[in-house]
Design a protein around this ligand. Structure first.
Ligand code: NAP
Length: 342
């Protein structure tokens, strides 16, 4: 059994792979920058299992050249870097890490919102530059948070954690969920979850159009898939209130980056971003704009959460090797046929 681990794995988990699964050959490939297609194909050659992260391109083009591969244990909840359809067709199991990163990611999203609204990064630079000469009543005035409306796109695990934080800060919460249940501006059919959220947080489910028009701040928490690629484009940005703060901790490609750059440059919106369309590339206008707060994809980056994510991925590998079905398998429907080939 050959296992490839892309990125660092805490040593207690390395030990567990060695002792509990008796895997003799675990290859660790650490990388600061994303591997090129040639590099990742070479690293995957002959491997049965890979532990991957969002920056690892596991497209059909790459996977089809790795005939031995039987399992991808993705150390993230999002798996848009992995071709799931190809995995299903080719009997490759895919696991992810849902649930353990909700609080950390919502904390970052809310921090980005506060940073943008209260100009915290700008204030830090101001003090460090020696520009502060004394209290002024109109120095670095920001935007009040409480009483405003936060629109959440994607009220899943992380979206709900964001809503709880917003509730604590006295924000009004509106949200939208899957497009198929929420298309157009016609009547929305509420389900049990919507009723629970209305009762506990006063959150109101609305259409995407109403969300774009009514929100003072918008935070994106949907997964990246075909239907959500460029979900926020020029037309959606145009519907937003002037000065709306758009927080993106979902995936860069949920927003059409060219349109985003234009909206930021024109001062239509303020963007607080943890994710970008072509990471680690950040378009220069976003780097140079006073209307942005930028972070390097650190939504889940706390000691505790990153360990929990790695642990969940290792647990899934160990479980599969022992013939068990992990709860965090994305494609359990192929488990029976795939597990026999391991
Ligand atoms: P989740 O529990 O599956 O929730 C996803 C939510 O998005 C659901 O409410 C879903 O609607 C909604 N949704 C799906 N398609 C939609 C659409 N077309 N329009 C509007 N809403 C839509 O996922 P999660 O665990 O919260 O994670 C969300 C995403 O966050 C991940 O996929 C990942 O890309 C990103 N993430 C980023 C970081 C980071 O470091 N920045 C960390 C963790 C996660 P329904 O409720 O109707 O199904």
């Amino acid at each position: 059994m050959k296992v490839l681990c892309l990125g660092k794995l805490p040593s207690p988990l390395q030990e567990r792979l060695k002792t509990e699964a008796k895997i003799e050959s675990v290859t660790y490939v650490d990388r600061a920058a994303p591997l090129t297609d040639t590099e990742i194909t070479a690293a995957l050659s002959g491997m049965d299992i890979v532990l991957s992260e969002p920056q690892d391109n596991l497209s059909e083009n790459i996977l089809s050249r790795c005939q031995a591969l039987r399992m991808v244990a993705q150390r993230a909840v999002g798996y848009d870097n992995v071709d799931l359809e190809y995995c299903n067709r080719s009997g490759i199991l895919l696991s992810n890490t849902p649930g353990v990163l909700d609080n950390a990611t919502a904390d970052l999203a809310f921090s980005l919102l506060l940073c943008a609204a209260r100009r915290i990064v700008e204030a830090d630079r101001y003090v460090r530059a020696g520009l502060w000469h004394g209290f002024e009543s109109d120095l670095l005035l920001g935007r009040e948070i409480s009483g405003k409306t936060l629109g959440i796109v994607g009220l899943g695990r992380i979206g709900e954690a964001m809503a709880r934080r917003a509730w604590g800060f006295g924000l009004k919460i509106i949200y939208c969920r899957s497009a198929h249940k929420n298309s157009g501006t016609t009547e929305i059919e509420l389900d049990e979850k919507d009723r629970r959220l209305a009762q506990s947080l006063g959150a109101r489910r609305v259409s995407m159009e109403d969300l774009l028009k009514e929100s003072d701040f918008i935070s994106l928490h949907c997964p990246l898939k075909k239907e959500t690629t460029n979900l926020i484009g020029a037309a959606e940005l145009a519907l937003m209130k002037n000065g709306c703060i758009l927080v993106n901790t979902a995936r860069g490609k949920v927003v059409e980056e060219k349109a985003l750059v234009e909206a930021v440059t024109k001062g239509k919106i303020i963007a607080a971003l943890d994710v970008f369309a072509q990471e680690p590339t950040v378009p220069p206008p976003l780097l140079n704009s006073p209307n942005t707060v930028l972070a390097p994809h650190i939504g889940s980056a706390t000691d505790e959460t990153r360990f929990a994510m790695a642990e969940l991925a290792v647990n899934a590998v160990l479980q599969v090797l022992q013939g068990g079905l992990p709860a965090n398998l994305v494609n359990p429907q192929i488990f029976e046929s795939a597990v026999n080939k391991l």
